[in-house]
Design a protein around this ligand. Sequence first.
Ligand code: SAM
Ligand code: SF4
Length: 331
Amino acid sequence: MTDQFGREINYARISVTDRCNLRCRYCMPECGVKKIPHAQILTLEEILRVAEIFSRLGIKKIRITGGEPLLRKNLPTLIEKIKNISGIEQVTLTTNGVLLKNFYNELAAAGLDGINLSLDTFDEKIFSNLTRRKFLSKVLGGLQTLLDENFKNIKINCVPLRGVNEEEILELAALAKNNFVKVRFIELMPIGCAKNSELKGIPAAEIFSLLKNNFGELIPVREKNSLQGPAQYFSVKNFKGQIGFIDALEHKFCANCNRVRLTAEGFLKTCLSLDAGLDIRNLLRSGVSGNELSEKIRETIYRKPREHQWQSGIRNWEFGINRRQMYQIGG
Ligand code: SAM
Ligand code: SF4
């Protein structure tokens, strides 16, 4: 379906849990995390019901995220069932990779179409400082499994941080030189912990120049796929894979935004930076009919806000500013 600004909305990110086995400084506080009680988290059946309505409204791609989605029980079964919904063309997963090796076979058997693995560093010390956990070898084991198994659609998500992983940008990008993977550099977004931390992102333009100076020209890749989302991809001579940039701040991606988000507790979130959306759980549990629920979701998606408000400082009084942390949204 299209929203009030004529954007085709065909992509939904579904967060299946707010729990995580890492505590990345830009995403989640070390302590005092208020977990959503289990009873308030959507059941797999409820998620499926919403996914079916999404597909009838024109959603074609679903990304499963978290917190850390691999902590959710029976995730491969959920993926398989979503894959079987008519109209859903792709189901993908974003994971920190800690449990990936353990679940790889089940995920592949469920028909998962793509995996985004978050990896900011190869350095054990930097990893344990940034994520507050010592699990780098597990994450790298997960990546190696994907490569060994020739998994078809691998993306690496990296958040470049001044003075943290700055020295490793070339090494991280080189993953795309030697393997058929897309390495994506994501600008640090001012959400939750990131807003109040000492961390500073590195602008995409700076990373772009660094890569160009070291690897040669970055040639824009024209995406034929309308499900692609806001990343801009580039090919590089002698690279098997590609380099991507998601620069949320410098170049607003809102004009091409094709997505909505469903949080673990069942809030349909129509903008990352605003509180716009719909409490779907409440409706689901008050015995709403399928048609009524579908109509409410359709109206909410139609009213998706025009753009994020991170730079302008304008307060959008219609919706209010986002009050969730990144681990409660799923990226
Ligand atoms: N736990 C999974 C993971 O880390 O891949 C999925 C959820 S995580 C919230 C999804 C993505 O959001 C990760 O790639 C992470 O690096 C990114 N992320 C978290 N906080 C961010 C922030 N403040 N700015 C930019 N990206 C962020
Ligand atoms: Fe967990 Fe992902 Fe957030 Fe890191 S970025 S704390 S792995 S949800």
